[in-house]
Write a protein that binds this ligand. Sequence first.
Ligand SMILES: Nc1ncnc2c1ncn2[C@@H]1O[C@H](COP(=O)(O)OP(=O)(O)OP(=O)(O)O)[C@@H](O)[C@H]1O
Ligand SMILES: [Mg+2]
Length: 304
Amino acid sequence: MTADKSLIVAQGLTKTYTAKSGDVMAVKGIDFKVMPGTCTGLLGPNGAGKSTTMGMLMGLTRPTEGTLTIFGTPTSELTREQRVRISLVPQEDNLDPDLTVSENLFVYGLFFGIARSVLKDRVPQLLDYMQLTEKSGARVSQLSGGMKRRLTIARALINDPDLLILDEPTTGLDPQARVLIWQRLLELKKTGKTLLLTTHYMDEAQRLCDQIIMIDHGDILDEGTPRQLIKKHVPGHVFDMTKPIPKNLPLYEQEDVGDSVLFYVNDEDAVAFRKAIPEKATYLHRPANLEDVFLRLTGRRIRE
Ligand SMILES: Nc1ncnc2c1ncn2[C@@H]1O[C@H](COP(=O)(O)OP(=O)(O)OP(=O)(O)O)[C@@H](O)[C@H]1O
Ligand SMILES: [Mg+2]
């Protein structure tokens, strides 16, 4: 028998919040593993239980039931040496607004027990890495939302962690900043770091993640590589046909999405389907993607 090399192992992981209005079972006995040097995406609609799972990994929230280990050690028993190998980019920024950009990194580094002499080099390097050098003397309260997000990621790297947990790292960022963060995360993965992230951008998950775990209402719906999930859950081609829909189109699974109808067509039939579309019809033909899988598994209803 070979030893389990997983960096994270969750078994029967459960979290029930007790509130006056009634108990909320946010995570319902989930099992998953994360291998070192990979990027795992935890995807799910609002309220699915993603942040709660991350909170349990960080030791910020205690599991109600089940086991959760990181580096083979239960999260409640991690040593200080092990804890400093884990970093979190929280969903909501918790930077110190009264300190400057570089002071935020410095103070955080000192908290991790990193020597001032080391920080003197590392802080400017990280600011450069996240393209924040020009802002190093600015107060956090003077930064834009996207700059704060980049600073939070820089801060999470101050201790050179082996495991980086990122809760919606690119929410609210402009395309330039998102691309920068994608590049950085892929570079970090190449250096052997393990990434666990949540995102509501399916293109981002498809680009970055080796493994996707889809969750909803605290349960795992499915998991696999992006390619495996797409292959398993959706026919390969999507024809997004603008209304009015031409008559006499071949019959395929379809979904009304407002001003257009999506036709899901398998690989073998895609060419024939396209030929059957009248010339004056307006449509977009694209490969099936992770967003199709997400909507199929979790439905289109908006979460309250
Ligand atoms: N401190 C808390 N007390 C009570 N209920 C909570 C608490 N934190 C979260 N919940 C509830 O637990 C469920 C899961 O919340 P969680 O924050 O983990 O979702 P999420 O998947 O991160 O969603 P989002 O995409 O909106 O960030 C929700 O029903 C939420 O209302
Ligand atoms: Mg969340």
